[in-house]
Write a protein that binds this ligand. Sequence first.
Ligand code: IVH
Length: 708
Amino acid sequence: MPAPADRIDALRARIRHHEERYYVHDDPEISDAEFDGLMRELRELEAGHPDLVTSDSPSQRVSGRPVEGFATAEHLLPMLSLDNAYDDGELSAFDERVRKGLAIDDPVRYVAELKIDGLSIAVTYDDGRFVRGVTRGDGVIGEDVSANVRAIQAIPLRLSKAPAGRLEIRGEIYFPRPAFARLNEEREASGEPLFANPRNAAAGTLRNLDPQLVARRGLRAFFYHAVAPPDVDPDPLPGSQIALLRTLATWGLPVEKHWQGCDGIAAVQAFCASWADTRRQLPFDTDGIVIKVDRREERARLGYTSKFPRWATAFKFPAQQVTTRLLRIDVQVGRTGAVTPLAVLEPVLLAGSTIQYATLHNDEEIRRKDIRPGDQVLLEKGGDVIPKIVKPILGVRPEGLPPFEMPTTCPECHSTLERPDDEVVWRCPNPSCPARLRRSLEHFAGRRAMNIDGLGQALVDKLVSLGLVHDYADLYHLTVETLADLKFDAQARRADRVAAGRTARADETSGPRVLTPRRFGEKSASALVAQIDASRRHDLWRLIFGLGIRHVGERGAQALADAFGTMAAVAAARVEQLTAVGDVGPVVAASLRRFFDAPESVALLARLEAAGLHMGRPVPESRAPGPLDGRTIVLTGTLQTLTREDATGQLLALGAKVAGSVSRKTSLVVAGEAAGSKLDKARTLGVPVVDEARLQQLLDDPTRFPVL
Ligand code: IVH
């Protein structure tokens, strides 16, 4: 047996190596489960030997405590921004300035890099060890966001093979598009405001005071620049940008791989043109191409203006714009009562999809931009998912076109709309507004809440309009007879849904639709009633989430269910007890109290309970103790040798609890083929993960299973 110190060193080196394979080379050598095994072993050893813990250990990314605020820090050299070029002509003009400055006629060697649409960051390393991470700020002084930068797994805490001394490495922190989509879906589900684009989400995350949250969100980084203190001899940095990019990667830093060396500006122009459309296939947002003179010696001769380096420029891709007519402005009512204007447009093709709707956020925006129904408008799709109206084309506005008037009453229930002083959004205050009810029911039945398959928009609309359902509890009294006779168009899509962000597919929006209401029928009705019935026995967190309490997302609901065990206990918890739960902050706690204190909620919960919904832990049957008592196991992905039911049955028989979602309390995750978000979550929470072969070993002899 090696001494603990040696084993810890070896584990750290292996973990760093595998982080680099994953984040820098995009080419992992081991499975996530094996990686997690290494990390877990390291954490356990460090727990037993606290004196051996060092701050650059890969286990020490998140300190655990939220930070109080950010201090400021000065950059080694100012972080400048770049001059822009918007077309080939401006690129040629840049090239001429460069050649004039260098007094040469020959083609200049440039490097063209993708311009990452994120936030610039300067990360300082001393002798290859992470010291701090600072935002750009005003270019001279930035904010020290070290605790958050440390939490980003893609940024090494220790460089491999870096030169001795201090180095400031600069790059961009960004939100990968898939992680961004997931984040906004979660926020939509919990009634939180959405981030407009990945860049805003990255900014919001990096400025968050809780590094735990930063660690979970999956930010990434690319680096492209390095600064060494003046007068270091020998100069530690390579003589060209190309050599620098290669060197950064050998130090274990992630470098965006599509850069290209270009001899002369024509090659740069071709590179820019080649990315105009292809960039949309990248898993991150780019807003242009950065063109840099390759040789450092030439850069030094060119120098800087007061604002920009003379040796670089940013080519900006033209935003995708198109004009169309604004037919009318509808208003839509959301689950929380928020009333938002919706632009209904003459359908038009923009960046590959047919656009028929655009969100207008609020009436202030409409007034500020002076957008009027009937206007010809300029529509733009930038980095954002949702197209936006840039401005009306005033030159072609018909005379006497009246401005848009925000209604003062709810378009559905006619209650007078309210707007708190500190908000821009108008709300329908009526909790039983049919529009709010429809949206709430859709949320309740949603895949991530009560998962009632077959209860879609069109059916919800029908049930509400016929007065068959007034609240969630009414769903549990629907019968096959009532449902079978309903006539509606199951394919109908409401406009607001299409506008809510997910880019409309051409078939969803093109051309007028012929609605063909059809009888629901006995078969579908029985299937739906069975689905509704099954939802009675779902895990408690699904119900907590499904209730649609403001600010309570999936994760918050899971944490509450884990901590309190029963709905009654959650409902009775004081604010301090609620905030003691991880994932529950003061805003969430206040919102929970508001919900559970309202007499309507008390009545609703009583009706749900009477309808037979599972409201807490099942009463444990008395039985002999099993070897897996007290362990919670989550199965995810597809198992090859066992069915899910078999595996669950065998685990339950051994005393384990089998849960549907991963939390800090999970003892073990079994990952089959194509495991997805649960596996990601297990990784972020440091929960051990095993594959199916190991599950088999566990079932064969649970007493000899090392990770449990
Ligand atoms: S070079 C003096 N390279 O774009 C050198 N910048 O508009 C300055 N950016 O502040 C930066 N990708 O935040 C450089 N490959 C890249 C970049 C990049 C994104 C950002 C950076 C900079 C801004 C300038």
